[in-house]
Design a protein around this ligand. Structure first.
Ligand SMILES: Nc1ncnc2c1ncn2[C@@H]1O[C@H](COP(=O)(O)OP(=O)(O)O)[C@@H](O)[C@H]1O
Ligand SMILES: [Mg+2]
Length: 287
């Protein structure tokens, strides 16, 4: 099995990561997980509820809190200057600078995490003020408008408050916020699960398009494996804390190695006979 998807050099390497919830009967939520994320690739992480996906995502971001503890393993980030950053060795200050600017996360249910008393512009600009204090007010405004446009929200919405936006729009705003500092990696944990199917598809299509345009890498997490097949370059399947399957989306679709993967695939409505036809239409068209 190849460690990366091909041409892209690795941006993130996770090795033998084990995360334990130190409760009365300790729960090993992530067991010796290893994978590499290549620059610009979309890696789908699938598995049923409770298998450890969110725990893994939080640990990579070092956002896990007690009782969760990283029991062992290594996480390295390979930045644009070719420097390797040992994520488990960063102190809080360097970690804060690192998050958002190099690695950002869209949380499960993030659309409800917007501040209800600030308009969208203020929330986007806050990220810039914190991480890029040298920007002028005009530059900040331009960046906020630009990133909103990129995720398909009219910049007129900058002056809107969260309650004035639909769920889909709020989720797009969260994605805009995660993108605004142009990180190399975005982790998206069930970003569209709460949305209806049509809105979900629109947003997924947008994420693939933005990746094609801007070249960031994505770890896209969902319990919905068929959906992942449509947008991912490679797919990892988790079962009870372990990555039991890792391969290109085509390999996983055509030749799953595990019965469990086969079961997750079982619900795939084969409308066209080929994977990815819905979302990738138009994206992969030959010039
Ligand atoms: N705070 C906690 N204390 C103890 N166990 C937890 C805690 N949070 C999550 N877990 C356990 O860790 C496992 C993985 O959970 P989670 O990472 O949320 O899975 P997923 O995101 O795949 O649904 C589950 O068995 C869950 O019960
Ligand atoms: Mg989860």
């Amino acid at each position: 099995m190849r460690a990366d998807s091909g041409d892209g050099h690795p941006v993130l390497t996770v090795e033998d990561l084990t995360v334990v919830y130190e409760v009365e009967t300790p729960v090993t939520a992530v067991k010796e997980a290893s994978f590499t994320l290549a620059a610009g690739e979309i890696l789908g992480l699938a598995g049923e509820s409770g298998c450890g996906k969110t725990t893994l995502a939080y640990a990579i971001n070092r956002l896990h809190k007690p009782p969760a503890r990283i029991a062992s393993g290594r996480i390295s980030f390979h930045d644009r200057d070719g420097e390797d950053i040992d994520l488990l060795g960063l102190d809080e200050k360097r970690l804060r600078a690192f998050r958002w600017s190099q690695l950002s996360m869209v949380f499960q249910g993030a659309m409800n995490a917007l501040n209800p008393v600030l308009n969208i512009r203020a929330q986007l600009e806050d990220v810039l003020i914190e991480h890029d204090p040298g920007l002028s007010r005009a530059e900040r405004r331009a960046r906020a408008a630009d990133v909103l446009r990129r995720v398909g929200v009219d910049p007129l919405r900058l002056v809107s408050y969260p309650h004035e936006l639909s769920g889909g729009m709020r989720q797009r705003v969260m994605i805009a916020m995660a993108m605004i500092l142009q990180p190399q990696v975005m982790i998206m944990d069930e970003p569209t699960t709460a949305l209806d199917v049509v809105v979900q598809r629109d947003i997924l299509r947008e994420i693939v398009r933005l990746r094609d345009e801007l070249g960031f890498a994505v770890i896209f997490i969902t319990h919905d494996l068929p959906l992942l097949l449509e947008i991912s370059d490679r797919i990892a399947v988790m079962l009870r804390g372990e990555i039991i399957e890792l391969g290109t989306a085509d390999e996983v679709y055509r030749n799953p190695r595990h019965d469990y993967t086969r079961r997750l695939l079982g619900s795939f409505p084969s409308l066209s006979g080929s994977r990815g036809s819905f979302i990738r239409t138009g994206v992969e068209e030959e010039a």
